[in-house]
Design a protein around this ligand. Structure first.
Ligand SMILES: Cc1ncc(COP(=O)(O)O)c(C=O)c1O
Length: 426
């Protein structure tokens, strides 16, 4: 097989299985749950009741630790849940927040909304989450919080990060948008930090269509977060804090409520999350096993005592030096000709992106509300050499769900075939 002509050069493609991604999964339960609400004309819920309360309760229980259940607050998106979390923590102008450079941009952009300053930390090449040493090196007297993302479903090193946060009295925020149901020593991600935030966007492991949710053990953070996007009846019912109560009618300027139909879908998805995580685990570990012997290809590994959840992406690393310097783009072109669905990974490192490099005057010209928090001269570039090196070496493969053993075996053969003929591709 490995000696057969490459499909790029007219040979037969290695992948012939007509596999179709069944993601996002929409089954009869989701359809029935949405239909039930539509028949009852439930299209908006102002307070914490009905399907929204049911979903929040179920999500909170799913994240119970030692019998203690966190508070859960649903949102219209993961981005709004992160905004509410940062507002809930009271982060604002003058506060530095250490964030991973390798994450989706919405982990960080809501910090701009509250006027806090993102400080970028490098990545750990072993699992693509944030590097502990880099985080520690960024701590100053102005640091108030550390944000971590459980990237592509792999938990960050929560034991070390919680210890670091405790040592410097910093808040820890977990962006769990890739990693619903992932665990460290059996404990779910989202339960280690002061707040855990989850996107429930339509391609996530727990999809509402559009939606988000935060969990926290802190009543104070919960009430402040609630005030940002759940004004009116819900705030009146739930906000107890004296300093906030007089603002319950208006809240603080956003409407971030979750759509009831989205809550209905999410509740059904939650019931099957563990099963579906397990199916992806089996498939993607099988994929890792067939890719591991292929020169030039380093499949993601999961650290001991952790389980991946969510599996929002599967990103093997390419080592061109093992294939005579064959450029990744050429390797991927040959794989695509073989029928492999491979592409460049999304989410480039953030530390060089223009929105994080603004000066006060440019931001004023753009009428950005956080302009006054920015420096007069260009802000420092946070060097993240590992992210700069590793990101361009990543490939993105499908996160197989369902019964995929045939296509996974064919992917293994396609990779082996292309890698073994690298000389012909140079
Ligand atoms: C890590 C991460 N954080 C935040 C978000 C934002 O979530 P949403 O699209 O629901 O606003 C996403 C969405 O892909 C994400 O991947």
């Amino acid at each position: 097989m490995t000696n057969e002509p490459l499909a790029l050069h007219g040979g037969a493609p290695a992948v012939t299985d007509q596999w179709q991604q069944d993601w996002p999964f929409v089954g009869p339960e989701e359809i029935a749950a949405v239909t039930r609400l539509l028949e009852r004309r439930v299209l908006s819920i102002y307070d914490r009741s009905g399907i929204v309360a049911e979903f929040e309760d179920a999500f909170a229980s799913y994240h119970s630790v030692d019998g203690k259940t966190p508070l859960a607050l649903s949102h219209s998106s993961g981005t709004s849940s992160l905004h509410a979390a940062y507002f809930g923590l009271g982060l604002g102008p003058g506060d530095e927040v250490i964030v991973p450079t390798y994450t989706f941009l919405a982990t960080v952009t809501p910090l701009l909304q509250v006027g806090a300053t993102p400080v970028f930390a490098d990545l750990d090449p072993a699992n693509l989450t944030v590097d502990l040493g880099s985080v520690e090196s960024r701590i100053t007297s102005r640091t108030r919080a550390i944000v971590v993302t459980h990237m592509w479903g792999h938990p960050a090193d929560m034991a070390s990060l919680t210890a670091l946060a405790r040592r410097f009295q910093l808040h820890l925020v977990e962006d769990c948008s890739h990693a619903h149901g992932a665990t460290v020593d059996g404990r779910k991600v989202g339960t280690f930090g002061t707040v855990g935030c989850f996107s429930l966007e339509g391609h996530k492991a727990l999809a509402a269509g559009e939606g988000g949710i935060l969990i926290t053990r802190s009543r104070e953070v919960y009430e402040r977060a609630l005030m940002l996007g759940h004004f009116g009846r819900r705030a009146k019912d739930e906000v107890l804090d004296d300093s906030l109560r007089r603002f319950v009618e208006t809240g603080f300027g956003h409407k971030y409520r979750m759509h009831p139909l989205a809550a209905a879908i999410a509740l059904e998805q939650l019931k099957r999350l563990d099963d579906r995580n397990e199916r992806r685990r089996v498939n993607l570990e099988a994929l890792g096993a067939v890719l591991a012997p292929v020169p030039g290809v380093h499949p993601p590994r999961t650290a001991a005592r952790m389980t991946r959840g969510g599996w929002y992406g599967y990103k093997p690393r390419y080592a061109a030096d093992e294939l005579g310097g064959l450029p990744l783009a050429r390797f991927m072109t040959a794989l695509r000709a073989e029928g492999v669905k491979v592409k460049e990974p999304g989410s480039p490192p953030l530390h060089r992106l223009p929105v994080f490099r603004l000066t006060k005057s440019t931001a004023r010209d753009l009428a950005l509300p956080w302009a006054e928090t920015l420096p007069v001269c260009e802000p420092p570039l946070w060097e993240c050499p590992i992210a700069d090196e590793v990101y361009p070496q990543l490939m993105s493969l499908p996160t197989f769900s369902g019964d995929c053993s045939a296509v996974i075996a064919q992917y293994g053969r396609a990779f082996a075939k292309v890698a073994s003929q690298w000389r012909e591709l140079l």
